[in-house]
Design a binder for this molecule. Sequence first.
Ligand code: BES
Ligand code: ZN
Ligand code: ZN
Length: 481
Amino acid sequence: MEVRLERNALAQVEADAVVQVGFEGGPPEGPCADLVKELYDAGEFSGKSSEIAILHRPAGLKAKRLVLVGGGKRDKFDSAELRKLSGAALRSLKAKGLHNMVLVLEEPFRSDDFAAAAAEGAILGEMEADRYKTDPKKNDKHMDSFALLGASEAGLARGRILAESQNFSRGLANEPANALTPTLLADRARQMASEVGLDCEVLEQDRMRQLGMGALLGVAQGSAEPPALIVLRYQPAKAPSTKDHLGLVGKGVTFDTGGISIKPAEGMEKMRYDMSGGAAVLGAMRAIAQLKPAIPVTGIIPAVENMPGSKAQRPGDIVTALSGKTVEVLNTDAEGRLILIDALTYAQRLGCTHLVDAATLTGAIVVALGNINIGAFTNNDDFCKKLLAAAKAEGEKTWQMPMDEEYKELLKSSFADLQNIGGRSGGSITAAMFIRDFVGDLPWVHLDIAGTAWLDDAKPFMAKGATGVGLRTFVRLAESW
Ligand code: BES
Ligand code: ZN
Ligand code: ZN
């Protein structure tokens, strides 16, 4: 889909549809103000969020249709609302078979952030998971061109980079696990890195053995597919004014059967999205390479398949992590934390001073926060505040969870330094406490995205499947340094 600026005045725009936002309490200005006012007066359109009205051949416009989309209350409207509205408008118009549209931004909603959000909504909304459907007639409909009227080129360009990167992440997380093994994920990372000019290194199994990544290797050993540790490096062109170095680590379990502690069959197919954290890091690095923030950023993705093969680790096995600490593996399904700790230790060895990880880590976070908020856990409230501000600016709802010392008790092992599960209560917190033990004194935030990385049903603004959540927060955090 072409995404561009519209430079003609509204009346002169030629398109299948021009889309205007109508707020509660009164019609928008413009050449069709009278027509639109009639709709409001008749009670056919009130401006409520997600409302839509379509006028054909509107007098005074060259466009074939004028589409009104409800923006809700004007004083509550923000870039997150615009992102959703833009995506929902695009999805509803393409479902009707329209192929090009122009979205009109009005003051005071024309800043770079609003323009970026509008472009993002459209690009995210356009994506369908139809690449494995072979009958073109049955494929979902697509929009060919999306234009913004009243926006800046800079905002649009940023939105394009972010949303295309997010779709790249979503595409990876949607891939079935037979098409995206750890090796194939590493290939995709290398390919992407060469396209955007990032340094990419992939550590193979032998190298991980030499280094002593026993926690990661223990998870990988049940699968015929070898693991891969993907490392992407971004260095600013100008010598940075800061000594800081951001490390982004993403869980890359390409499929999680649970291992010997095997999962129930129902819904197991979804566990291909267990590499969504890794995909978000890959996508963030793709965007960072193009947006060029002032701070060095290293992205690390431990990629493994968690399988119950004949060589699989057993409950009760004790592994030695890269840090030297020993872990009693009481449940092989708590594998995410095992691969993350070795990746986080490695990130410290590469010189990272600040760490953020994203992982589809626990079912417990879905119980706690549902599918609305990412759960954030930290050892440093100042750093977490910075991340929460970035998340808010990007419309990625994130809620900070407690990390009291008392929870640590639950991870005490009888036979090793610690055990990999803490029991049913507070499951997402004990998981975070486990990881915390491996980040030393570095400021660190852990994002549990198990509830937010996948849509079981399509939203008006996004197709069913992977969401790419976390990526925009990562990028904004790097940009705001
Ligand atoms: N990948 C799962 C977590 C998950 C659950 C992600 C639901 C998405 C949706 C993770 O590896 C896992 O299995 N966690 C266990 C931990 C438990 C054994 C302590 C869980 O949450 O049940
Ligand atoms: Zn698991
Ligand atoms: Zn998992």
